[in-house]
Structure formats: structure tokens, C-alpha cells
Design a binder for this molecule. Structure first.
Ligand code: DGJ
Length: 731
């Protein structure tokens, strides 16, 4: 590990666990990208750049007479537009004279042990400085005084390099940042598939993969949230990459708002990847002496397929992104009343559900939407975070205490970023929402978005949430966000800063979440945005788990959880058993199937337990008991995907403990097949040198046999929507 600089040829060699990343300063200070991939001990330019005269690729400034030197043809680290590179730049700033050409050249660099936090932004961290090393390269534009600090951190125990950029105005005029990506990587070829996670509400993080083609392919959000529609993650895969083989270059953005991630294949079949805050509808004014810090992007390199990429993200995020008391703690099994009652509940109903939960061994009761203001449906009261005494006459405090008395923890739902037009808060402060002057305000779910770019709004909402959290014995908070932003403008920003609103909103939100979560370190926070609309590493930094989707149907969840697992740790995925017919898709599946899917994440229940037949109650009790036995392994073990729901009728995955002495294999089959072939499942993720017993049977096999020969899938698994679990134990 380590970051080395060779003064003689001005080469930076960053080494993470088994990854090398190499750059070089050439000519008059241009910073070129030379290599990223499997670790090489010493880089000696075997892939040296062969400079050729390319037509229509001009030659910048001092190089004007060298037709072989063009920024248009060179792989760069933080490229600019306007001086011979015609591809998309990593950044762009506008000067007071209206021009947008800048010319960054190497100025200096520092290398230090450890990793600095990004002020006001979420980021991965180290617990001691030996875990990582950081390189900061300062680039300068002599005409404007713009200076850009590029940060690279390499982790000793992960194939991870994190990147961000800080733009500083050291000149005498103000600058306007139009684009400021967190990273740009120029690959020498385009022989890749482009993989990303698209979706919709109740259909989040579906995997899509297509070969790179000439031109730009991109995913983005302009919705003010990272979104259900596109997760801030892309990966370039070498052709033929599988779960276990092939090279993967992955990029994930530690941010919860508008983003852009793109790959541009140019005329010479090279590929430029950029990732950062979406430049669309964005700008940021930098007065003299001011700085703009981009969010962090986490780059993972895997030489052994997508599985290794995912396990790298899982482990890094579980241990060095997520913080607080719950980082290393098993998560409680909860029951949430949303799908049980929606808005139609009273204290007795709530206590009945909690009691029924206790009877089956559930540990936490969560009171969802509808407990405050006059919220009997979704048209009113957001912002009025005061208990509704008509529904809960004895107050929240009493209710929580009574639930605690039956030995259940109490959790509560909030949606603190929103305001209903029909609310006291809106009547008092109609200018506290995002809006633009003179124009009507579009509603979505009959609500508007509070203007978190304003400090006064953030302070008041922090206070309202904290008042409840400090007066009621609360162990868990579900932090929801149920609409996207429109008419994005702030009443207090000047005209030339209006396009800063969406990012200022994120900074405000991050500050509010930091203040609240650090004031209540023992509360477990779960983020949510109409299910999984903000399932991103930015949120995970403050809240260690996320409600994966509003879709609780077990069959839909196979794809949703499989897709989510590409990047996000299993422990961060809320997954609940709900009633049938399912409320989102009307499908009927067995309690066993629902339980097995939900147990493949952070288990909970989302139904009226008081309405279950005795037999169903027994089944739930058994599931809860089983999950308590296995949750440590599920939540803290390693995850292997075996069969993809995107590729066929069957899905399977495996959880193994760290020393691979124990594993659980979950198998799911969606539709019954006539004349079905007999099937065998190759069980990867266990140790080929160990011997395992299939628990509950006398079958004993070598790990090699299970992996290479496969395990017979019982022919008795027949019918639609089936699941089966094997427990393997080393003997
Ligand atoms: C959307 C969430 O995803 C649901 O679980 C529920 O909390 C509702 N909001 C409540 O309005």
C-alpha cells in the first residue's frame, strides 16, 4: 500500500490493497492518467502513450507547434474544455467577462497518512491513519487564480480509491462554477459493458447492462434526490464478466441529490467516465477566497467479477461509511403499522399490534405516518410535528411507555423535509418552501418541499424533531421523504445564486441529520423515500439502514434486493413480510416465501399481526426465532449472488460467516415449470477445502464438491413462488 511520487519522471503511483492507479505530470504541467487496475509492483510505462498527429485535434498554447500533443487525444485526470479537448470536461467555471476557458496546470502536491473528512458532506473514513493514505494534487489556472485540489485516498485493506475535488478562488474576481465533477477517469479503450441500476417507485435498482457505444451514455437525477429512477452508481465491465470472473471498474457517488454519471466513448474508442453533481440547473458563485467542495466518489476495482465488487462496497460501507452505535450492532426485528392500518388507527389498535408482535418475539414497534397534526390522510399536517390528541389522547409519551412496558422498543415515523399546504406551519411561513417568485407551486402527494437551503428552516425543523425525541422514549426513527423537487428556488438567495438551491438544500439536510443523529446516538435511524428513492451512501453515512422499497411483494423483492445488493450492504436493507394479497401488486405468496425473502435483509413485519390465523402466527414466531439465530451471519457475513432473477426463473444467494465455517443458501423459484429439468446449484462462497454438513440431514460434502459439482435442488420444490433454504456447517 502507499502513494509514491517519482520526482525524476513526475509519476504518482497510488496503491490500494491489490489495485494500482498511476498518473503523470507532463510537459507544462498537464496531469495525465496512465493506469488503473490490478496492482503492479513497479510501473515502468509499458503502455506509454504513443503520440500521433491526429487531424482536427489542436495543440494547446506552448505546444502549438507540436502536432502530436493534443489534450483531445490524451488520457487526463481532471480535464477542461476550451483548449483542445472536445470531450466532456470534469469542470467548467465562468469568469466575470463571460468566458469559460480555464487552463489548470500542476502546482504542488502533498501525501499524508489517513483521510480527512469533507466539511459538511458525508464520506468514508478511517479509524486510524494507518488504514489509508491520501494524495492531494493542487492544479492552478494562472489567469483567474482558480485552484483545484484533487484528492485521492487509497485504502490499505480495500480495492478502493476515493476521489473528490475542491475548487478555490484565489483570484481577484468572482467565478461561477458551472460544472464540478468529483472524478473523471480516461480509459484507453471502450471494450466494456456499461452497467447501472434504474427503476421507479416500487421497482427500485433494476440491473441494466449494455455494451458501450460511441457517444455519451449517462444516468442522472434532476429530482432533488438521488432517486428511484437511477441510483448514483455505474460500472464498466470487461466483456464476459460474471459474478466470479472479469474486471470491473465501479463508481458510486456519496451524495443524495442531483447527480450525473456518464461514459463518453470518443472518436478513438477511448472512454471517459465522469461522476458528480449534475451540472444541469446548477451553478455556484465563488467569491474571492471562497471554496467549493465536491462530494466524494468511491471507485472500486475488482479483478474477480461483480461479486467481489459488491463485497468490497459492503464491507467498506458497513465498517467505514456507516457510523454510530448501530454500526456494529445486530438490528432489531420490527413491526411497522403502515400497511396494517395506514392512517386509520388509535392507541388501542397500536397497542394490540405491538402486543401481538411481542407474542411472536418481535423486538421493536414502529408507529408510521398519521400520529401528528390532523393527519387522517396524506393531504395535511406535514410540518406540524405535534401529537394528534384525538388519535392518541394520552399522548405519544404514554403510548411509547406502554409499549416499553410490554418489553417492546418504540419507533416513530417523521417526514421532516416536507410541508403540507394544509398545515399551521405553512399558514405561518408560506415562504419556507422551495418556490420561485410569482409562480404557482406544483404539489406532489399534496405537499411541498421545505427549503432546507435556509438555516432558519433547518433550525426549526431540527428543534421540532428533537423536542419529540427528547420527550418520548424512542429507540428508532424512520425518516421519510415523499416527493421530488419542482420550482427549485429559495426566497432568500440572490438571483445569481438561485441555481445553488438544490445543492444548498443537500448541505442543509446533511447538517440537520448530523445534528439530530449525533444528539441521539442511541436511536437507530432508517432513511426512506417512498421506499428506496434515496438509497445512497450519502444517507447511509447518517442513517445506517434504508427502507429498500415500498413494494413488499416477495417476488418483486427478489429483483429489488438483488439489484440493491450490487452496492449496498445487506444489513442496510429493510425488508419486511407483509400481508397477502400484496398491497402493491396483488400477488399471493406463502408465508414461507415472504419470510425467506425478508430474512435475506434486515427483517421486519408490515402487517396487522392481530389478524393472523393461529397457524400463521406460529409461522411468524418460527421465522422470528430463526432470524434471531442467523441474523449475525446475515447482517455481518459475506454475501454471494448465485442465480440472478434478471436472467431466469430462479434466484439464489448465499450468506457465509467470515471464516466460512457456516453458510445459508437461499433458493427461490418463481413459476412452476412443466417437465422441469432436474437442477443442481453450484454453491460458491464457501471454502473448497472445508467439509460441510447440510444441517438437519446426514449429507456431508466437501466445499469443492458443492462449488464445482453442485447441490441437487429437491425435485419436490413444485408450484409457483417457492423457496428453500440450506444451512451448511463445517464438520
Ligand atoms: C412512504 C414510505 O415508504 C411508507 O413506508 C410509509 O412510511 C409512507 N410513506 C407513509 O406516508
Amino acid at each position: 500500500m502507499g502513494i509514491h511520487y517519482q520526482e525524476e519522471n513526475k509519476v504518482f503511483h497510488i496503491k490500494a490493497q491489490d489495485t494500482s492507479y498511476v498518473m503523470q505530470i507532463v510537459r507544462d504541467g498537464y496531469l495525465l492518467h496512465l493506469y488503473w487496475g490490478k496492482k503492479v509492483n513497479e510501473y515502468r510505462h509499458s503502455n506509454h502513450i504513443q503520440q500521433v498527429d491526429r487531424g482536427f485535434s489542436g495543440n494547446p498554447y506552448e505546444q502549438r507547434h507540436d502536432r502530436t500533443f493534443s489534450l483531445d487525444t490524451l488520457p487526463q485526470e481532471y480535464p477542461q474544455y476550451g483548449n483542445t479537448d472536445f470531450r466532456k470536461p470534469a469542470y467548467q467555471v465562468q469568469l466575470e467577462n463571460g468566458s469559460t476557458v480555464t487552463d489548470l496546470r500542476y502546482d504542488s502536491h502533498t501525501i499524508y497518512k489517513g483521510k480527512r473528512a469533507l466539511e459538511g458532506l458525508p464520506s468514508t473514513y478511517v479509524e486510524n491513519d494507518q488504514e489509508a493514505e491520501t494524495l492531494e494534487i493542487t492544479m492552478k489556472d494562472s489567469l483567474t487564480g482558480l485552484s483545484v485540489v484533487l484528492s485521492y485516498t487509497a485504502y490499505e485493506n480495500f480495492n478502493v480509491i476515493t476521489r473528490s475535488a475542491r475548487l478555490i478562488n484565489q483570484g481577484s474576481e468572482s467565478l461561477k462554477v458551472l460544472t464540478a465533477h468529483s472524478l473523471s477517469v480516461d480509459f484507453r479503450d471502450a471494450d466494456f459493458d456499461f452497467l447501472h441500476l434504474h427503476g421507479a417507485h416500487v421497482k427500485e435498482r433494476f440491473i441494466e447492462k449494455q455494451p458501450l457505444r460511441h457517444g455519451i451514455q449517462s444516468i442522472e437525477s434532476t429530482r432533488g434526490a438521488s432517486s428511484h429512477q437511477h441510483n448514483p452508481f455505474i460500472a464498466l465491465l470487461r466483456k464476459g464478466t460474471t459474478e466470479d470472473t472479469g474486471e470491473v471498474y465501479a463508481f458510486n457517488f456519496v451524495y443524495s441529490g442531483n447527480f450525473l454519471a456518464q461514459a463518453e466513448v470518443d472518436q478513438f474508442k477511448t472512454t471517459r467516465v465522469t461522476m458528480g453533481i449534475n451540472p444541469f440547473d446548477f451553478s455556484w458563485k465563488l467569491e474571492q477566497g471562497e471554496e467549493f467542495q465536491t462530494p466524494e466518489a468511491v471507485m472500486v476495482y475488482s479483478s474477480s467479477g461483480l461479486g467481489e465488487m459488491s463485497r468490497t462496497y459492503h464491507e467498506l460501507y458497513r465498517t467505514r461509511l456507516v457510523r454510530g452505535t448501530y454500526r456494529d450492532k445486530e438490528r432489531p426485528i420490527l413491526v411497522n403499522n403502515w400497511e396494517a392500518t395506514y392512517f386509520d388507527f388509535n392507541a388501542e389498535k397500536i397497542k394490540d399490534i405491538a402486543r401481538a408482535g411481542k407474542e411472536v418475539g418481535i423486538e421493536l414497534f414502529v408507529l408510521d405516518d398519521g400520529w401528528f397534526g390532523k393527519r387522517n390522510d396524506d393531504t395535511t399536517s406535514l410540518g406540524d410535528w405535534f401529537v394528534d390528541k384525538e388519535k392518541l389522547p394520552e399522548g405519544l409519551d404514554q403510548l411509547a411507555k406502554q409499549i416499553n412496558e410490554i418489553d417492546m422498543q418504540f419507533g416513530l415515523w417523521f417526514e421532516p423535509e416536507m410541508i403540507s399546504v394544509e398545515s399551521d406551519l405553512y399558514r405561518e411561513h408560506p415562504d419556507w418552501c422551495l418556490h420561485v417568485p410569482g409562480r404557482d407551486r406544483s404539489e406532489s402527494r399534496r405537499q411541498l418541499v421545505l427549503d432546507y437551503s435556509r438555516e432558519d428552516v433547518c433550525k426549526e425543523m431540527t428543534k421540532r424533531v428533537c423536542d419529540i425525541l427528547s420527550s418520548v422514549p424512542i429507540s428508532y426513527v424512520k425518516w421519510d421523504m415523499n416527493r421530488h423537487m419542482t420550482e427549485i428556488g429559495s426566497a432568500i438567495l440572490p438571483a445569481d445564486r438561485q441555481r445553488e438551491t438544490a445543492h444548498r438544500y443537500m448541505l442543509g439536510l446533511y447538517k440537520v441529520m448530523e445534528d439530530i443523529t449525533s444528539s441521539f446516538p442511541d436511536i437507530l435511524f432508517e432513511s426512506c423515500s417512498g421506499g428506496g428513492g434515496r438509497f445512497d451512501p450519502g444517507m447511509l453515512y447518517y442513517m445506517p439502514q434504508t427502507w429498500t422499497s415500498d413494494n413488499t411483494d416477495a417476488i418483486s423483492r427478489l429483483k429489488i434486493q438483488y439489484g440493491t445488493s450490487l452496492v449496498y450492504p445487506i444489513i442496510s436493507m429493510g425488508s419486511h413480510v407483509s400481508a397477502v394479497p400484496n398491497h402493491q401488486v396483488n400477488r399471493i405468496t406463502s408465508m414461507e416465501m415472504r419470510g425467506d425473502v425478508a430474512m435475506s435483509g434486515n427483517l421486519g413485519y408490515e402487517l396487522d399481526l392481530t389478524k393472523l390465523e393461529d397457524e400463521e402466527k406460529e409461522a411468524v414466531k418460527t421465522q422470528v426465532e430463526k432470524y434471531k439465530e442467523i441474523r449475525k451471519l446475515i447482517q455481518f457475513g459475506d454475501f454471494y449472488r448465485l442465480q440472478s432473477p434478471f436472467e431466469g426463473n430462479e434466484t439464489s444467494w448465499l450468506f457465509a460467516n467470515k471464516d466460512k465455517t457456516e453458510a445459508y443458501v437461499f433458493y427461490f423459484s418463481v413459476l412452476a415449470e412443466p417437465a422441469a429439468p432436474l437442477k443442481y446449484l453450484k454453491v460458491t462462497g464457501i471454502d473448497p477445502d472445508k467439509t460441510y454438513q447440510v444441517a438437519g440431514t446426514d449429507q456431508v460434502y466437501g466445499g469443492d464438491e458443492l462449488s464445482y459439482v453442485g447441490l441437487s435442488i429437491p425435485a419436490e420444490i413444485r408450484g409457483d413462488f417457492q423457496s428453500y433454504v440450506w444451512h451448511l456447517k463445517e464438520v
